[in-house]
Design a protein around this ligand. Structure first.
Ligand code: ADE
Length: 233
C-alpha cells in the first residue's frame, strides 16, 4: 500500500525520518515549498512530505499550507491513505497530558464562524476517518481517540475557547481539518495523529513555552506511534 504522511514542521518529522531511515527524494512538481522523503517499510511504500520554511527556522504552518501540500501530495502521489501527524495542545480536563499521542475520531474547524443560515454546515468541517483504517488502530497501546479541532491561531481567544467547548474538542491544532477536507474531496482515506506538547486549559505556563519544552518528547512519541500504525495498516 502507498502511505503518505504529511507533517508540517521539520522538527516534528525528524525522529520519524530517522526511525524509518527515510531518504530525501526529488520534490513534487509545484512551487509550494516542501521536502519529500521515501522508503519502503514492511511491504509498504512510505512517502513523507514536510512543509517548507519561510526562513531557516520558521515553518509554513496553518491551514493554507496544509491544504496546498495535501492537494499536491494527493494529486501527484495518489496514496492509498494520507496520514497527518503532528503536535497539538490538549485539555487536561479531558485527561490528556504532555506526550500523549491521540488519534482523531472527528475533526472540526474551531475558528470558522458565519451566521448566515446554511453556511456553517460545511464551514465547520466535521470530518471522520474511514473506520476500515481507523478501527484497527485503536488496538495500539496508549493511542487515545479524541475530537480534534483546527484553527489558524496558536493562541486561543474567547471565541475559539467557546467553540472548542461546544465541539467537545480536547485537542487543538492548526492543520488536520483542512487536510481531511482535501482528502474527502479526493475520496482518499485519512488519519490524524496528534501528540500533545502543551496543556491549553489548566496550565499556568503560556502554551508557546510548553510547546518548546515538550517538542522533543512529543515528537519521539509520535514517531514510535507512526511506526506501529504503519505495521497495522
Ligand atoms: N500545536 C501544538 N500546540 C498547539 C496549540 N496549543 N494550538 C495550536 N497548535 C498547536
Amino acid at each position: 500500500m502507498k502511505i503518505c504522511i504529511q507533517i508540517t514542521m521539520a522538527e516534528e518529522a525528524k525522529p520519524f525520518l530517522e526511525l524509518l531511515s527515510l531518504k530525501k527524494c526529488e520534490p513534487l512538481k509545484t512551487s509550494i515549498p516542501h521536502n519529500l522523503y521515501h522508503e519502503t517499510f514492511e511491504g509498504h511504500e512510505i512517502f513523507l512530505i514536510v512543509n517548507g520554511r519561510f526562513n531557516e527556522n520558521i515553518s509554513f504552518i496553518g491551514t493554507e499550507f496544509a491544504t496546498l501540500i495535501s492537494y499536491t501530495a494527493i494529486s501527484q502521489l495518489a496514496p492509498n491513505i494520507l496520514i497527518n501527524a503532528g503536535t497539538a495542545g490538549g485539555k487536561q480536563s479531558s485527561g490528556l497530558k504532555i506526550g500523549d499521542v491521540t488519534i482523531a475520531e472527528k475533526v472540526f474547524f474551531h475558528d470558522h464562524r458565519v451566521s448566515i443560515p446554511g453556511y456553517n454546515e460545511y464551514f465547520k468541517g466535521d470530518f471522520s476517518p474511514n473506520i476500515k483504517y481507523y478501527n484497527p488502530l485503536l488496538s495500539i497501546n496508549n493511542l487515545i481517540p479524541a475530537i480534534v479541532s483546527t484553527g489558524n491561531s496558536f493562541e486561543m481567544n474567547s471565541s475559539d475557547e467557546k467553540s472548542i467547548l461546544e465541539l467537545n474538542s480536547s485537542v487543538k491544532e492548526m492543520e488536520l481539518c483542512a487536510i481531511a477536507q482535501v482528502a474527502s474531496f479526493h475520496n482518499t482515506p485519512w488519519i490524524g495523529i496528534k501528540s500533545i506538547t502543551d496543556i491549553i486549559d489548566i496550565s499556568e505556563k503560556p502554551t508557546s513555552d510548553q510547546f518548546f519544552e515538550n517538542l522533543n518528547l512529543a515528537c519521539t512519541n509520535l514517531s514510535k506511534t507512526l511506526k506501529e500504525i504503519i505495521s497495522i495498516l
